[in-house]
Design a protein around this ligand. Structure first.
Ligand code: F2R
Ligand code: MG
Ligand code: MG
Length: 345
């Protein structure tokens, strides 16, 4: 069904953007107190429901890098990591104040001088005394890859690794990007009119991480088991303190990608003090209440939820408050054309 797929591709790109725009004012703060949750609820009511034009909410590095990667895939009709690196650097120098990670800035500055096939992978390898970055920057910008390879799991794995390694060479950083990409791919293939089988969704992720088979994928498997336990708990109060303690809310991939998946899955049903019937809104709003790396966790949860529900679950009022939302929608459409042209290749 092309109409549904179009909706889902747009939803993925806009999920990245909206989660980032809504989450970024809270990045680095503690989990929200009861009072702050009420303030957040009112603010989101206004943003989602009123036609009144708010000042535009700007996006951060998460959306800037996602956009650059998607535009490279669209332009080159394949993954060209040198072109991706050039676009990352260009978009950084156009607006360096989007809150980039320190390690990523080091890489972007080195690429500014000159980047080609021989040196594109070098700066990332040298980061953090040669350990490479385990930040969530690989996962936060990966959404265009599951769109590009939406029907092909092996291609997805290959392309995620290739593109992530130019910024994140630590196994935890790479596997975080793989997990986020698989979660988006799974969501793209599910029918949003049918109830989501939450436990199957996690089991599929666990078995795919298991097949990767290295040490860090086992750590992700453990986190996913925690996701499964937490999501199966009854009641309407998924205690934020426990969620943060057991899954994390930090800038590290291991402490944020499983958390984003949890936000998407738990938002299938009611959450205390989040008043909305819209599970896509609930996923993003809940991610923000956890505090910590709110732009990135809300953006990753938004991408997975957007891939599942499609863009029509976002209100036009909300979209119109976000920087360049129409461009992100158009990128979704172009990614669909590209993905369709790839299917028989
Ligand atoms: N950087 C931020 N937020 C904090 C500052 C923004 C603030 N709003 C402001 O205005 O200043 N957010 C963005 O960064 C995250 C993605 O980060 P990425 O791209 O992975 O960067 P990096 O530098 O590679 O890793 C992040 C940090 O993690 C620590 N780290 C990573 N690997 C490490 C290793 N092997 N050893 C030790 N530490 C390691 C470092 O502190 C890195 O700087 C997103 O949240 C995005 O929104
Ligand atoms: Mg950011
Ligand atoms: Mg962040």
């Amino acid at each position: 069904d092309t109409a549904l797929l179009k909706n889902k591709f747009r939803g993925t790109m806009l999920g990245v953007l909206i989660g980032d725009c809504l989450g970024s004012p809270y990045e680095g703060l503690e989990k929200l107190s009861r009072l702050k949750k009420t303030v957040l609820q009112r603010k989101h009511d206004k943003l989602w429901e009123t036609k009144f034009r708010e000042p535009v909410m700007t996006y951060t590095d998460d959306s800037a890098m996602t956009r650059a990667l998607a535009e490279s895939l669209i332009e080159k009709r394949d993954l060209d990591i040198v072109d991706v690196a050039q676009r990352f650097a260009k978009s950084y120098y156009e607006n360096p104040d989007r809150g980039y990670g320190a390690g990523t800035i080091t890489i972007l500055k080195q690429w500014k001088e000159h980047v080609d096939e021989t040196n594109v992978k070098i700066p990332a390898k040298n980061l953090f005394d040669g350990l490479g970055s385990y930040g969530n920057g690989g996962a936060m910008k990966i959404a265009p890859v599951p769109l590009f390879a939406y029907n092909n799991y092996d291609k997805l794995l290959h392309y995620v690794k290739e593109v992530t390694k130019i910024t994140h060479t630590h196994e935890l950083g790479i596997n975080g990007a793989i997990l986020q990409a698989i979660a988006i791919q799974q969501s793209l293939h599910l029918n949003p009119s049918e109830e989501l089988n939450v436990s199957n969704f996690v089991d599929n992720l666990i078995s795919k991480m298991d097949k990767i088979g290295d040490d860090s994928s086992q750590l992700y498997k453990e986190r996913l088991s925690i996701v499964k336990n937490l999501v199966s708990e009854e009641g309407d109060d998924p205690n934020e303190e426990r969620v943060v303690q057991e899954l994390g809310n930090s800038i590290r991939a291991l402490e944020s990608v499983p958390t984003a998946i949890f936000c998407f899955l738990r938002a299938q049903r009611r959450i205390r003090r989040i008043r909305t019937d819209n599970p896509l809104r609930r996923a993003i709003q809940y991610a923000i209440t956890l505090g910590g790396d709110t732009d990135t966790i809300a953006s990753m949860a938004g991408a997975i939820a957007g891939a599942f529900y499609g863009y029509e679950k976002f209100s036009i009022q909300l979209l119109s408050h976000c920087e360049e939302w129409e461009l992100f929608r158009e990128i979704g459409d172009k990614m669909l054309d590209l993905a369709m042209s790839q299917i028989n290749k």
